[in-house]
Design a protein around this ligand. Structure first.
Ligand code: AGP
Length: 618
């Protein structure tokens, strides 16, 4: 998501903040800004683009004298848009009505629309489309600026109104010489220097100055002054927190201590399922709330066919989404390779809708499929991760993933997020049609349990790494699955191909006997997805067919399945879940397996040869 940096101490804040923001750029960003206490006045600069653009704009103001720059206190931000497209107005810091309170934020305020309309009714004037800005005006509301009223008190009051996540850094002209930080659900660290403090959302902005850090916990406030800091709960109870020592170097800190971004992003899966569902899962109603498609809800209710166009990993997520939408929303779905879509003369019918799925929102093939459908007057929807991306802007409506920036070229957490969003869409559409309250509730409650089930699968990493070691020299692989897990098998094969350069083919398990079985021998193992579901027995038969021809089998099954354990050479067990949700769990061992094989083969896991993170050419 976003990056936060702040400084208070005896050095000049400006270069420290700008340098810190540069160290956060790896997280993905679309705009940035700073606010500093410039002598007794405030100075604020925000740009769309890279931090070096921000730095250049600040340098110009220093040269012109608009900025004196003799300041020891300030905050900065790199934005990865979630609400509101990347514009200067939407960049942080955000301020109150009188530009006397300055705030940067990382997280998502779920009830921002409700708060905003209440504040506007009380006369507050907003200048952005962001959820964040409501925080600045709420603090203003609680911070009368009267003598004795403290900024930290106003922030504590504000936090009690907020649903969602926040990591914030704030300073106010009417309560100067301090920075106040607070967090709930988004990371915030305080770097403890000699008579100075650097706050950040990520250790990589701090390490250059100090490795002594204090981690703020949820629902805590930090008050930082040049002569010291205090931490309290939101209820203002004092908190004693030991100082930790960061052991990482800069490079490692950007990966939170993981050796590669890809592994970090695989381990983000539980958080990604939570973030993609946050504020959208209506457990008690067995339904979903999807604000991004409300504007076309009536058209969607009447939709008679959905065509999904996507590429790569997003295409495999779309194939799973097809099963979900057909089985639970009762809507016919056609899934197309976006790269083929406009070359086979697609025939659109009354009641069609085109859904495009794209992590980057910039994939040329997918964008052209979207434009082809739009030119024919077809209703277009998007499931996109990057806010304000071209595809997101050109669809009639859509649902953002909120998966956070995906840095590794090989997509992993985006796939998990796409399946989460497709589940929500199936729930939303299904409950408009024949999906019962009872089953809708069952899906909603199981999706809410999935983060902890995904964490249990990730805890199997050492065992999966050990299995990978025995297959690292393999040159050919078959990946097999049925129904929901056939596209997951395809995705697993893609991941192995992409990062380890091993030839791997994904197939519907039932297809194996129509040819690929000729490949089976002791040098061509099969990875078979066999969770306990409606096609389990048939998959077991396929495993028997492979074994009968001397093929080795790695199987993914449901915890406790002793039959499978007796058949496969290696078994990885996942928690029981609904059939439609099983790919959110089966994908994780496939990712970890591919990752460890690639590492063992000395491949560049985060930047595989020949690949780009976003394929912006046809
Ligand atoms: C997936 O690991 C690949 N990086 C690639 O197949 C990717 O999924 C495809 O290019 C589509 O990208 P998009 O989701 O950004 O549109």
């Amino acid at each position: 998501m976003c990056g936060i940096v702040g400084y208070i101490g005896k050095q000049s804040a400006l270069p420290i903040i700008l340098d810190g923001l540069k160290r956060l750029e790896y997280r993905g960003y679309d705009s940035g800004g700073i606010a500093i206490l410039d002598e007794d006045a405030s100075y604020q600069k925000k740009v769309v683009g890279r931090i070096r653009d921000l730095e250049q704009a600040v340098q110009e103001d220093l040269r012109s004298g608009k900025l004196k720059g003799q300041t020891t206190l300030g905050i900065g931000h790199t934005r990865w848009a979630t609400h509101g497209t990347p514009t200067t107005a939407n960049a942080h810091p955000h301020t109150d009505c009188h530009s006397r309170i300055f705030l940067v934020h990382n997280g998502i305020i779920e009830n921002h629309a409700f708060i905003r309309s209440a504040l506007e009714r009380e006369g507050h004037r907003f200048s952005s489309q962001t959820d964040t800005e409501v925080l600045a005006h709420l603090i203003e509301q609680h911070f009368s600026g009267e003598p004795g009223t403290t900024l930290e008190h106003a922030i504590a009051q504000t936090a009690h109104h907020i649903k969602g996540t926040f990591g914030i850094a704030v300073f106010a002209l009417d309560d100067p010489d301090k920075i106040v930080v607070a967090r709930r659900g988004s990371p915030l660290l305080i770097g403890v220097g000699e008579g100075e403090y650097i706050i950040a959302s990520d250790a990589s902005a701090i390490i250059k100055h100090t490795k002594q850090v204090v981690y703020l916990h949820d629902n805590e406030i930090g008050i930082l002054k040049p002569d010291g800091y205090t931490i309290t709960t939101l209820d203002r109870e004092p908190v004693e927190r030991a100082i930790d020592q960061i052991e990482w170097d800069i490079e490692e800190s950007q990966k939170d201590g993981f050796p590669h971004f890809m592994l970090k992003e695989i381990f983000e899966a539980p958080q990604v399922i939570e973030n993609s569902s946050r504020g959208r899962l209506l457990l008690e109603e067995g339904n979903a709330k999807l604000g991004g498609i409300e504007a076309v809800a009536d058209k969607l209710r009447a939709v008679r066919r959905i065509i999904i166009a996507a590429c790569g990993t997003s295409y495999y997520a779309a194939l799973i989404g097809r099963y979900m939408l057909e089985e639970y929303a009762g809507i016919p779905v056609v899934v197309e390779h976006a790269s083929e879509f406009r070359y086979h003369k697609p025939i659109f019918q009354e009641g069609d809708a085109l859904l495009v799925v794209s992590q980057s929102g910039e994939t040329a093939d997918t964008l052209e499929a979207l434009r082809e459908a739009k030119a024919k007057g077809v209703l277009t929807l998007g499931i996109v991760n990057v806010v304000g991306s071209t595809i997101a802007r050109e669809t009639d409506a859509g649902i953002y993933n909120h998966a956070g920036p995906e840095i590794a070229v090989a997509s992993t957490k985006a796939f998990v997020s796409q399946l989460t969003v497709l589940t929500l869409l199936s729930l939303w559409l299904g409950r408009q049609h024949n999906l019962s309250f009872v089953f809708g509730t069952r899906i909603a409650k199981e999706l809410a349990l999935l983060p902890q089930k995904a964490a249990r699968v990730l805890a199997l990493e050492p065992a999966i790494a050990a299995i990978a070691k025995t297959y690292a020299d393999t040159e050919h692989f078959l990946y097999l699955g049925r129904k929901y897990n056939w596209p997951a098998a395809m995705e697993g094969a893609l991941k192995l191909k992409e990062i380890s350069y091993i030839h791997a083919e994904g197939y519907p398990a039932g297809e194996m006997k129509h040819g690929p079985i000729a490949l089976i021998n002791e040098r061509c193992p099969s990875f078979v997805l066999a969770p306990s579901d409606s096609v389990y027995e048939k998959v077991l038969s396929n495993i028997e067919e492979i074994r009968a021809r001397g093929g080795r089998v790695i199987a993914i099954g449901t915890e406790g399945d002793r039959r499978l354990a007796s058949l496969a050479d290696d078994c990885i067990f996942i928690p029981r879940t609904l059939e439609m949700l099983s790919p959110l769990l089966t994908a994780l061992p496939l990712y970890l397996f591919a990752y460890h094989i690639a590492v063992l083969r000395g491949c560049d896991v985060d930047k595989p040869r020949n690949l780009a993170k976003s394929v912006t050419v046809e």
